[in-house]
Structure formats: C-alpha cells, structure tokens
Design a binder for this molecule. Structure first.
Ligand code: HPA
Length: 270
C-alpha cells in the first residue's frame, strides 16, 4: 500500500506542483462545490495510476486542485463506496494519497437518512461522532507504521475545534445547522423500517453508506477531520418516508448552496 500511494503521489506531483492544505470529499449532489474553487488543475480518476473509478450516478470522478481565497485545496469530485464492490483499501486510497500530497485537514460531506425526530429533510448536520457498522475494516491486516499506529485513537475523529468554528460561521451566515452521530452501513439498500429503528436505538442520529472508512483512515494518519451530512430522507418512525436515489440527490442539491457556503467559510477562516 505504501509503495502504491507513493507511486500515485509522485505521478500527481509530476503533473502539478500544487501543495494542498485542505482535502475535500464531495458527497451525493454536492459536487458543484468545485465552482467555488479557483481551479488550477483537474485530474480525472481514470488517468491516475492505482485509483479506482466511480460508478454511481451523480458522482463525478476527478481530483480538482485549486484555491479558495489564500487556502489551497484538493477536492475529490466523487468518492468510492464499499457497496460498489471496491475493497476497503480502494475506498480509502484517495485519503492516503491526499495526505502525502500535503493535506493536513480533511473535510467530508455526505447525504444521509435522519432518524433523529428533531431532524427534517434538508437539514445540515455537523457530524460529531460516528458508529462503524460497515462489515469490513479499512485497517484490517498488517499495519504499516509509516502511515500510523496499529491501534488508532478514535476519541475525537471529528475535530471539536473545526465543529465549534463551523457553528460560529453558520450562525454568522444565517445557516441553520444541527449536530449528530452518523452511523455507517454497507448499503446499497436503504434501511428497512426495523433497521432505521435499530440505528436510532444504537444511538445515532443519521445513517449512510460512506464517510466512516475514510474518516478511520484519516484518523490513522492523524488528519484533522470535519464532516457534514445533508439529511435527504427521514427514517424516524413518526415521519418515515419512502426513499429513492433521485429524491436523495434532489434533497442534497437543494441544500447544496448552504453546505457549499459553510465549507467555503470554514476553509477561509479555520
Ligand atoms: N440510508 C442510507 N444511506 C442514505 C440514506 C438513507 O436513508 N439517505 C441518503 N443516504
């Protein structure tokens, strides 16, 4: 893995000498965040050695390098999901690459189903913790100490400082935000009613099919991480809805301007 990561990093560095400080992973319907970036260089995943290629509708596949104000960022337009058939090493490979391109802070976004009765469709949730229920672990196997320790401290996977700053910026910009715990499942099925109930009983506020493996690997490499989720459907017993991928994308798109603004402000001010 180390050699593969270094090979990919060398390839990218030969294409652009841009050193990003922030890495951003754009989730469902949030891909247009790249419009806020003064783009220096775009590299399609298909041209990057060792990179998997995204297969889900609504997910573009490219690394976008550029600036937001005086901050340098690399954005992943499209991510890899375990349910697509990739191994956990593939799903999290780009996070490792971003680290060795120079990234110190990671911002991840996703769409999720809400089980907290105080949530509604379109809500923006700052992820304060997660529960890993994905059936394979990205750090299973021999540990490479060059990346990080065998036993990873997960006491603060989402930076409290970044959350506090984001809350302040949200208030300043009249963006309503909530916070909550995200539970990661494999998918690709949405949850049954009994499963949404389970998610709630387990202590989570929302549920989705991404993010958790990426954040675990970010913790492994000691990246400071911020996560934001858009509630695209409700699985709470009182407000249960049927859900389709189209509805998820539409709800995410509707919240997109606010999420974009929030992430942009955080990058500019943190
Ligand atoms: N469940 C799982 N993943 C999701 C959901 C959901 O309800 N909504 C968006 N992604």
């Amino acid at each position: 893995m180390w050699e593969l990561v270094q090979e990919t990093v060398s390839f990218i560095k030969a294409k652009t000498n841009f050193t990003p400080e922030y890495g951003v992973i754009l989730g469902s319907g949030l891909g247009n965040f790249t419009d806020d970036i003064q783009i220096e260089y775009t590299l399609p995943y298909s041209e990057i050695p060792n990179f998997p290629v995204s297969t889900v509708e609504g997910h573009k596949g490219a690394l976008v390098f550029g600036s937001i104000g005086d901050k340098k960022v690399v954005a992943m337009q499209g991510r890899f999901h375990y349910y697509e058939g990739y191994s956990m090493q593939e799903v999290t490979f780009p996070v490792r690459v971003m680290k060795y391109l120079g990234v110190q802070k990671l911002i991840v976004s996703n769409a999720s189903g809400g089980v907290n009765p105080n949530y509604k469709v379109g809500d923006i949730v700052l992820i304060k913790d997660h529960i890993n229920m994905v059936p394979e672990h990205p750090l299973r196997g021999k540990n490479d100490e060059r990346f990080g320790p065998r036993f990873v401290n997960m006491s603060e996977p989402y930076s409290k400082k970044m959350i506090a700053q984001a809350k302040e910026l949200a208030q300043k910009n009249n963006i309503e935000v909530k916070d909550g715990i995200y539970l990661g499942l494999q998918g690709p099925t949405f949850e049954t009613l009994a499963e949404y109930k389970m998610v709630k009983i387990l202590g989570a506020d929302c549920v989705g099919m991404s993010t958790v493996p990426e954040v675990i690997v970010a913790c492994h490499m000691d990246l400071e991480t911020f996560g934001v989720s858009v509630i695209t459907d409700m699985g709470d017993e009182e407000s249960i809805e049927t859900v389709s991928h189209e509805e998820v994308l539409e709800a995410a798109r509707n919240a997109e301007p606010k999420v974009r603004k929030l992430i942009k402000e955080l990058i500019l001010n943190y």
